[in-house]
Ligand binder design. Structure first.
Ligand SMILES: Cc1ncc(COP(=O)(O)O)c(C=O)c1O
Length: 462
């Protein structure tokens, strides 16, 4: 494998000089034409693209440049994907090396796969070291469902309101999609898949007398649901460690430890879908590491290949046979380019002290957001860990009514000021590249805060 890249923590800084750099109104004239030409044929775009139809031509580190020459500060990493910056030289070099040498060898071993397997086993907790590779998150989730069935011999699954796990039939059965979409083409939840509420500290369903969220009440509800609402054949709980699509919603610290205890009591597996939150985004390889919980099955995606489509499903060693039973391999999973992208990404996280940066700058983000919450009438809640962040906009801090119109306006106006990002409705989601220094973190937060102030004025606040 090519080792010519020499680690340089600051490889991206030159490309960030002078950003944001805006030379036309955005979206600019070329963007508009190209978007119109494309969408004549391409359908089914996400809401964010429809609201801000810009056309990007390149990315470097923490910046993205559109076809009109406007250069943006990236606060989304694609969609939580290019976490080590756009076109990290080591990762691009590793992929292009194998693109010229060997693109696919079925699921035979290759030298780069050997290295990746060893590297993954070294970073994963406990006995999590029976691995299979895929090309998108939803396929890894599908595999986790099949593996859980093979391990447990059971067939029911429990997920949670506002969890998201992908868009194929099994994973959509564990996910909440927009109501209109789901109902417009018939039932999408397969039989035996259930949803339960999970704790959102800002909007608790069950609280203690002091007003704080009551995790025990959720766990009691689950226990009751297992007995009354299922046929006693539950294979697994399948959950995101943090709800990403749902708006960066972190559970209380005691939730996963208590849930794992409940799972163990009933012989139920815990599938931890780390496609969005894993591989450094919250400051550790797995977000569940923060709570000392080792899942039975884990999925990775997005940051796992820093933009190259490579994902993984991992079970513990003692359950490795399940991967034989489900014939776990696929056509593209683990191709040499994919393995190279993933191996290089993990090495970059290690060599460039990325977890340390995420934890340090993450603290800055949290402090800044807490201050903003105090000062702004429409900021109801702020949440996050590391570089997985959210600001929830509400019409009134007491009623907590979601302020979707403000969310949409803040999104569009901040983009116009040079911030490339992907909020969701009234929750301003932020997922900057993990290489970002405090200087650029502050620049992005300044843009967001200035925009919130402007939008508050437009809506008649302060
Ligand atoms: C937690 C989680 N799981 C699975 C998926 C599906 O991944 P993909 O879009 O690569 O199929 C996503 C995508 O956003 C996700 O956030």
């Amino acid at each position: 494998m090519n080792n010519s890249y020499v680690t340089q923590k600051n490889w991206w800084k030159e490309s960030a000089a002078g950003i944001p750099m805006l030379i036309t109104e955005t979206p600019g004239p070329k963007s508009k034409v190209m978007h119109a030409n494309t969408t004549k044929y391409m359908k089914g775009l996400s809401g964010q693209v429809k609201l801000f139809p810009v056309c990007f031509k390149e990315g470097a580190g923490i910046t993205m440049t559109d076809v009109d020459g406007n250069k943006y500060l990236d606060f989304s990493s694609g969609i939580y994907v290019t976490s080590l910056g756009h076109c990290h030289p080591k990762i691009s070099e590793a992929v292009s090396f194998w693109a010229k040498k060997l693109m696919n060898a079925h699921d035979f071993t290759t030298p780069v796969k050997e290295k990746l397997m060893e590297k993954m086993a070294s970073i994963l907790p406990g006995n999590l070291n029976a691995i299979q590779l895929y090309s998108d998150g939803t396929t890894a989730v599908e595999a986790s469902i099949r593996a859980a069935r093979a391990i447990s011999g059971k067939h029911e699954f429990i997920s949670a309101y506002r969890d998201f796990h992908g868009k194929t039939l099994g994973s959509v059965s564990c996910a909440q999609m927009y109501r209109g979409e789901v109902h417009s083409y018939g039932p999408t939840r397969a039989a035996g898949f259930y949803m339960v509420p999970r704790p959102d500290p800002y909007r608790p369903l069950w609280s203690k007398t002091d007003g704080t969220i009551d995790t025990n009440a959720y766990i009691r509800f689950y226990e009751n649901f297992l007995i009354e609402g299922t046929v006693g054949n539950v294979a697994a709980f399948i959950l995101e460690p943090v709800q990403g699509w749902g708006g960066s919603i972190f559970p209380p610290d005691d939730f996963f430890p208590k849930l794992k205890k409940l799972c163990d009591k009933y012989g139920i597996l815990l599938i931890d879908d780390e496609v969005l939150a894993g591989m450094g985004r919250t400051g550790d390889w797995l977000t569940l590491n923060h709570w000392g919980v080792i899942p039975d099955i884990v999925t990775f995606g997005k940051s796992f290949g820093n933009g190259f489509p490579v994902t993984a499903m991992v079970v513990s060693e003692e359950n490795g046979d399940a991967l034989e039973k489900i014939s776990a391999s696929s056509s593209y999973g683990g191709n040499p380019m994919a393995c190279a992208a993933s191996l290089a990404s993990i090495e970059v996280i290690e060599d460039e002290d990325i977890l340390q940066n995420v934890n340090t700058v993450g603290e800055y983000f949290m402090k800044r957001m807490l201050k903003m919450k105090e000062q702004h009438p429409i900021i109801g809640d702020v949440k996050g860990k590391g570089f997985l962040l959210g600001i929830e906009l509400v019409k009134d801090k007491k009623t907590k009514e979601p302020f979707i119109e403000a969310g949409t306006l803040v999104y569009q106006k901040a983009f116009k000021r040079g911030l490339a990002w992907i909020p969701a409705g009234h929750i301003l989601r932020m997922s900057p590249p993990l290489i970002m220094s405090e200087k650029y973190a502050a620049m992005g937060m300044d843009i967001i805060e200035d925009t919130i102030t402007e939008v508050e004025k437009e809506f008649g606040y302060n």
